[in-house]
Structure formats: C-alpha cells, structure tokens
Write a protein that binds this ligand. Structure first.
Ligand SMILES: Cc1cc2nc3c(=O)[nH]c(=O)nc-3n(C[C@H](O)[C@H](O)[C@H](O)COP(=O)(O)O)c2cc1C
Length: 188
C-alpha cells in the first residue's frame, strides 16, 4: 500500500486530546491542504477560520450551548444546560469551515476540504474529528456575533469544523469495521 492509502486507512475520529498545541507550521500545512481541495467551478468561496486560543474556544462552546438551550429538542436542551458538555472535546485547535450558501454544492466543497485536513493531520501525527454543532447554531445571534468577530465572513454558513490535537494518552479507538455491500463495480 502507498503512503496515501495507508494514511486514509489509519485516520480515525479522536474525541479526547492532551494539552499539547498543534505547532503553527503543522497547522499552516493542514490549512494549505484544505485550500488544495477541489471546489465546484473552482469558485473557492470557502473560508477557514482556525482558532488556537483556549478562552475563545470556551466562549464559542458556551454560545453554542446557549443556542442549544433555546431549542425545542430536549436532547439539545440538556446539552445546553450541561456544565461538562464540550462539542469540540477540548481539542486545542478548531478550524471553522464556512462557505457562501449561494451554490448548492457549498457543503460539498467544504467536505472535500475537511477530508483533506483530516488526512494532512493524520500524516503529521495529529488527531482530528469532524465537529458539526456550528452547522445548526451559526445563525443564532450570539454565536454569529462571535463568529463575525473571529473573521468568519458574514454571509457564510458553517458546514463543519475540524478539531485538531494530539490524542490523549490511552485513548482507545475501536477497530474500524466497514459496512459490506456499499461498493459496486460495473466492469466490461
Ligand atoms: C458530516 C459528518 C458530521 C460529523 N459530526 C460529528 C460530530 O459533530 N461530532 C463527532 O464526535 N463526530 C462527528 N463525525 C464523525 C463520525 O461520527 C465518524 O466519522 C464516524 O463515526 C466514523 O468513525 P471514524 O471517523 O473514526 O472512521 C461526523 C462525521 C461526518 C462525516
């Protein structure tokens, strides 16, 4: 197997991180990988907002919880009221991936960029996880105000976030079992 295929197969979602910050050079390489992803019509209307400031991440989580607290969904209300809930698992770095919602493929562009970041991170020994909670809360007024202050363009929707960091010691990852029957090859 070549390195790319090995990296693809080794990547897993990690939901517990230690305190070590992602070095700036590695973060820049991961963000550059994002910008090399394909985008529909090569519009590149996306934006990547990387946050490495702990207080800002805590404030973002608090505002997401505030939005959840306003929800009619009981499960989300519970998350909003929880003192321990942290949607980004206390990862030291979070990359917010946003795009203009004007093209129907805006989310697809973001997903391509996100997978590039996951694979780039994996290749550098950095763990990652997709964090989706801003997808439904980014238009809450308190959340939006913070996003704008951080540099997320005003007309953008958030299509996903990437948590980045080093896996906490002893974190156990279940063996990946892939579903059978999801591939069809129509050959000559
Ligand atoms: C669109 C999408 C949204 C996801 N949202 C979350 C999320 O909000 N929180 C989380 O812990 N994992 C999230 N995940 C990660 C999936 O749970 C994970 O990829 C799946 O369980 C397979 O595990 P693996 O990534 O280790 O292969 C998301 C994945 C995708 C593709």
């Amino acid at each position: 197997m070549n390195n790319v295929l090995e990296t693809i197969k080794a990547r897993r979602s990690v939901r517990a991180y230690d305190n070590r910050q992602v070095p700036l050079g590695d973060l820049q390489a991961i963000l550059e990988a994002a910008t090399y992803a394909p985008s529909g019509m090569h519009y590149e209307t996306w934006h990547f907002t990387a946050i490495q400031r702990t207080e800002t991440l805590t404030e973002l989580n608090n505002r997401i919880k505030g939005a959840f607290a306003k929800s009619s969904d009981l499960r989300l209300q519970e998350r909003g009221a929880s003192s321990t809930y942290c949607c980004y698992y206390h990862a030291p770095t979070l990359v917010i991936v946003s795009n203009e919602p004007t093209q129907w493929w805006a989310g697809m562009d973001c997903a391509c960029a996100i997978e590039n970041m996951f694979l780039a991170a994996q290749s550098l020994g950095i763990a990652s996880c997709w964090i989706n909670q801003l997808g439904t809360t980014c238009n809450d007024p308190e959340v939006r105000a913070l996003l704008t202050s951080l540099g997320v363009p005003e007309g953008h929707q958030v299509y996903g976030c990437v948590a980045l960091g080093y896996a906490a010691p002893g974190v156990s990852l279940k063996e990946k079992v892939v579903k059978a029957g999801t591939v069809t090859i129509v050959a000559e």
